[in-house]
Design a protein around this ligand. Structure first.
Ligand code: NAD
Ligand code: UDP
Length: 316
């Protein structure tokens, strides 16, 4: 039996993933309180939800105390800069939203007796030496490197979530999200899919960092959100990997982007960022067994849909 969720708080609801979550929840008839300080999000992402009964937007930094009146059945904590470009520009805010923000959201969930979902990340595995990554792998993170601000914030957030679960009995679920792409990404967020697609569509050279042999496993946003909602509906604590296990090198991704867009852009190699993980692929056995979830959209199809979305924005 799916749990009864009438009203949900989504932090980071004006961001890429959060806005899709708000939309899917509203489609289910759930009232949504979207809390966002718009540091990396955009009102455009939630424009169509305004004016719909049951949707509320609160402009607020969740690293400060959060008060929401009335019933709350679920708190989905998605607020955090997520693109490396963003969190490297906002290191302190990233650490604060992962630590203080998670604390505040857990406090809200505890007060309301709500289920709490933490948006964690494959970055908790750092530059993984276990491949593919299973949830019981503790990771290989450099705490003092530039990426440490994000990785350690999320690792702390997971620890905080488990402490509230164990010590206070809060109903929690932790999702480790692997590289997700699709409509509502910011064209200039610096992530590889948005960079390469926008470069291809505007005839500029595609930037490959390093030699392009590093791998990622890209999940289309509709699949990712379906997995997150399956976790919300379940009693699973996790952490659980939600991602697409099809693994590509960055060079393979670039070739697919050129093929999908029909672009004649050249390729240029640029410096590899510090501590850039060499490989990343989720083992999704747990999600398959416990949530009955697996991704459906292949990379070529997802890239075509995302390219169409970017093309419309660029034409504007
Ligand atoms: P995003 O930058 O598009 O969205 C994040 C949202 O959080 C933005 O709207 C931003 O304004 C808001 N925000 C940031 N700090 C805030 C604060 N202190 N108070 C209130 N709002 C704040 O990023 P995204 O890709 O949608 O990521 C959403 C969540 O999923 C993040 O927690 C991220 O760490 C996690 N995640 C995403 C991916 C991915 O591939 N997209 C992968 C792993 C984990
Ligand atoms: N990358 C790249 N070109 C770009 C942007 C990123 O080659 O224009 C590489 C980056 O170095 C990394 C991979 O693509 O190896 C994924 O980067 P992204 O920032 O999307 O996410 P990450 O998984 O590193 O958080």
């Amino acid at each position: 039996m799916p749990r009864r969720i009438q009203r949900a708080v989504v932090t980071g609801g004006a961001g890429f993933l959060g806005s899709h979550l708000c939309t899917r929840l509203m489609e289910r008839g759930v009232e949504v309180v979207c809390v966002d300080n718009l540091v990396t999000g955009s009102m455009d992402n939630i424009e169509e939800l305004f004016g719909q009964a049951g949707f509320t937007f609160v402009h607020h930094d969740v690293s400060n105390f959060i008060h929401v009146s009335g019933r709350v059945d679920a708190v989905l904590h998605f607020a955090s800069p997520a693109s490396p470009r963003d969190y490297l520009e906002l290191p302190i805010q990233t650490l604060k939203v992962g630590s203080l923000g998670t604390h505040n959201c857990l406090g809200l969930a505890m007060e309301k007796g709500a289920r709490f979902i933490l948006a964690s990340t494959s970055e908790v595995y750092g530059d993984p030496v276990v491949h593919p990554q299973t949830e019981d792998y503790w990771g290989n993170v450099n705490p003092v490197g530039p990426r440490g601000v994000y990785d350690e914030a999320k690792r702390f957030a997971e620890a905080m979530t488990m402490a509230y679960h164990r010590a206070q009995g809060v109903d929690v679920g932790i999702v480790r999200i692997f590289n997700t792409y699709g409509p509502h990404m910011r064209p200039a967020d610096g992530r590889v899919v948005s960079n390469l697609l926008v470069q291809a569509l505007t005839g500029r050279p595609l930037t490959i960092y390093g030699d392009g042999t590093q791998t990622r496993s890209f999940c289309y946003v509709d699949d990712e959100v379906a997995g997150i909602l399956a976790l919300l509906d379940s009693d699973l604590v996790g952490p659980v990997n939600i991602g697409n296990p099809d693994e590509f090198t960055v060079s393979e991704l670039a070739a697919l982007v050129l093929e999908t867009t029909g672009s004649a852009s050249a390729l240029v190699h640029e410096e590899l960022p510090v501590d850039d993980p060499t490989q990343r692929r989720p083992d999704i056995s747990l999600a398959r067994a416990e949530l009955g979830w697996e991704p459906k959209v292949a990379l070529a199809e997802g890239l075509a849909r995302t390219a169409e979305w970017f093309r419309a924005r660029l034409d504007d």
